[in-house]
Each structure stands twice: as structure tokens, then as C-alpha cells.
Design a protein around this ligand. Structure first.
Ligand code: 3GJ
Ligand code: ZN
Ligand code: ZN
Length: 329
């Protein structure tokens, strides 16, 4: 693959265009690089200047909130890229599904307001009215992502056939809507049932025939990427927690000012962080990653070990915190 990912008559010009990206445009830089590395630009005859225009507009449509900003979009896209390379699924998905998965990951939280679905619903936000309280944020994210494609100079899929575009759109909508935490239990249960059935059939690697089976794995994959903070080294992980805490606590302040009940995760207290993290990892994150780990065994072993270490870190700091407070009492 040529250095800039595409044969171009003006390599210098494209290089210049790309250079300013890496500093203040992390989402564009990471996503463009992944498109190059996976040769998606050539496979789907994507015009490089359209890809840059789309990514610039997408990056600028992420709000400047503490956690759900363009860095989170870039992070989930990069995590999706790595997870798609797991040996257990490397040869399962075709290039159309990979294009949809990478695109869904980078757009999945665009224009996030830093508030939760329950908050938007209980404050009767316009978005909650528009989407009838159903996956309000996630419907908004994927609608904004496709709205940005409507401008011709940003339509990176202009060389796909109408039928290819239709399937791509369905996959992206299905994956982004699956990032709604309210769907976690059903999504994981369906995933576990699928793997159970596959194990019964005896063949050692994953064969997925139907669209429903294939998209079910991709939905869990983007959900894993969205919940991958806890599987990262502690120094990275703790930065994500602090960002999310600031975002949740700001919502808590808004709830208090509006005379609403303060959501449990949004209560400002030193033990909130550790208690909620441990509870969240135990009830959501570990079961999901354990199921993913069984699919791509042994590829996810490092991830599972890091997750366990991070949980222990919280348990130790919670013990230290509570013992010190009981001493003072
Ligand atoms: C007080 C801060 C706090 C954080 C938690 C749970 O921890 C985390 C939760 C989430 C988390 O819930 N992310 C999320 C997803 Cl995956 C989908 N829709 C909405 C959201 Cl907010 C993403 C990252 C986390 O830690 C780094 O519980 N309390
Ligand atoms: Zn989201
Ligand atoms: Zn997200």
C-alpha cells in the first residue's frame, strides 16, 4: 500500500493536508490511518479529499464535553480496529462489514450532549420527544452521521451501488443503536446463546451464515469497544474515569438545580468512583469481556487480566478509603 494509502499525482499536497491532522485532529488522523491500513480507500474507491472533508466535519460535530468528545470517538474506532484483528474473528467478516464496523465506531457518539438518556427523557428534551424515549442519544448520533454524508463533497460512499449503500446503512444503524446501555443484557444474552449453539455444533471456529448472527457479533463488538476503557493500562483507564466522572457530576449538578433526583452515578462523593466502578465492572463489563474472551480465546487473555487488575485497584483504593474514614469516625 503506498505510504499515503493511495496513488496520488500530488503526494506532497496530500501529505501537507494530512500533516496538520495528527495534532489537533486525533479522530481524523486515527480514522484516516485505519482506512489506509485496511485498504478501504481503494477497495471502495473512496475519494481521499471527501474522506478528509467528512472526517473534519464529523470531528467538529463531536461536542466539547468531558468524556463523550471526539477523543472517545477516536478511541472506540481504534479499539474496534484492534478487536477486528482478533484471531478468532479475523477471517469471519468481509470488507463491507469491516467498513461498516469502523465507520459505526467513529460516528457512534457524534453530537453527544454529555447527558444520559434518562436525563433527556425526564427533562422532556426535544430529542426525547423526537425519538419517543427510545435509544434517544443513539438514534441522534447515527442520524447526524448520515446527515453529514448528504453533502456531495463529504459523501465517502458515493462509489458504492445503491444496494451496497442500503446494506451498509442498515449495519451502521444496527451497530450504533446497539451501543445503548439499556440493551446490554439482551445483547449479551443473545450473544451467549449464539456461542453456546456454535459450540454444540462442534466446529472449532465461528461460522456465521445469517445476517442476524453476523450483525449480533458486530453489535457486541462495538459494545466491547465502547466498554474498553477498563481493559486498558491503569494510567489510561484512570484518565477516562476522571473524564466520565466530571461529565456525570455535571449532570448531577443540573439535576439538583432542576430539583430532580440525582442519578446514583452523578452523586459527588469520593467513594462514588470506586464503588460504581467495581459494581459496573462486575455487572456489565466483566461478563461481556468474558463472553468475548470465550469467542476469541486465547486472544483476550491480556484484556481479561488487565480488567481483573483494574478491578483489584479499585477494591484496594475503596478499602483504603473506607478504612481511613472509619478511623476518623
Ligand atoms: C462516577 C463515574 C463512574 C463511572 C462508572 C462506570 O464506568 C464507566 C462507564 C462507562 C459507560 O457507561 N459508558 C457508556 C456506554 Cl458504553 C454506553 N452508553 C453510555 C455510557 Cl456512559 C464508560 C467508562 C466507564 O469507566 C471508565 O460508574 N461511575
Ligand atoms: Zn453512546
Ligand atoms: Zn460511546
Amino acid at each position: 500500500i503506498p505510504e499515503l494509502g493511495v496513488e496520488t499525482p500530488q503526494p506532497e499536497e496530500l501529505r501537507v493536508e494530512l500533516n496538520p491532522i495528527s495534532g489537533e485532529r486525533p479522530l481524523t488522523a486515527i480514522t484516516y490511518r485505519i482506512f489506509q491500513e485496511r485498504d478501504l480507500i481503494r477497495t471502495f474507491s473512496i475519494e481521499p479529499h471527501k474522506l478528509l472533508s467528512y472526517l473534519f466535519a464529523l470531528e467538529d460535530s463531536y461536542q466539547q464535553v468531558p468524556y463523550h468528545n471526539k477523543l472517545h470517538g477516536a478511541d472506540v474506532c481504534q479499539s474496534m480496529h484492534v478487536l477486528l484483528n482478533s484471531s478468532g474473528i479475523k477471517d469471519v467478516f468481509n470488507e463491507f462489514e469491516i467498513l461498516a464496523a469502523i465507520f459505526a465506531a467513529v460516528v457512534h457518539d457524534v453530537h453527544h450532549s454529555g447527558l444520559t438518556n434518562p436525563f433527556l427523557i425526564k427533562t422532556k428534551n426535544d430529542l426525547a420527544i423526537l425519538y419517543n424515549n427510545e435509544s434517544v442519544l443513539e438514534n441522534h448520533h447515527v442520524a447526524v452521521a448520515f446527515k453529514l454524508l448528504q453533502a456531495d463533497e463529504r459523501n465517502i460512499f458515493s462509489n458504492l451501488s445503491a444496494e451496497q449503500m442500503e446494506t451498509l446503512r442498515k449495519r451502521v444503524v444496527d451497530m450504533v443503536l446497539a451501543t445503548d446501555m439499556a440493551k446490554h443484557k439482551t445483547l449479551l444474552a443473545d450473544f451467549q446463546n449464539l456461542l453456546e449453539a456454535k459450540k454444540m455444533s462442534g466446529n472449532d471456529y465461528l461460522t456465521l451464515e445469517s445476517y442476524d448472527d453476523r450483525i449480533l457479533v458486530l453489535k457486541n463488538l462495538i459494545h466491547c469497544a465502547d466498554l474498553s476503557n477498563m481493559t486498558k493500562p491503569l494510567d489510561t483507564y484512570s484518565k477516562w474515569i476522571d473524564r466520565l466522572m466530571v461529565e456525570f457530576w455535571k449532570q448531577g449538578d443540573a439535576e439538583r438545580d432542576l430539583g430532580l433526583d440525582i442519578s446514583p452515578m452523578c452523586v459527588r462523593s469520593p467513594t462514588t468512583k470506586d464503588k460504581h466502578q467495581i459494581g459496573f465492572i462486575n455487572s456489565f463489563v466483566h461478563p461481556l469481556w468474558e463472553t468475548w474472551g470465550s469467542l476469541v480465546y486465547p486472544d483476550a487473555n491480556t484484556i481479561l487480566e488487565t480488567l481483573a487488575q483494574n478491578r483489584e485497584w479499585h477494591e484496594a483504593s475503596l478499602a483504603a478509603l473506607t478504612s481511613s474514614t472509619t478511623d476518623n469516625s
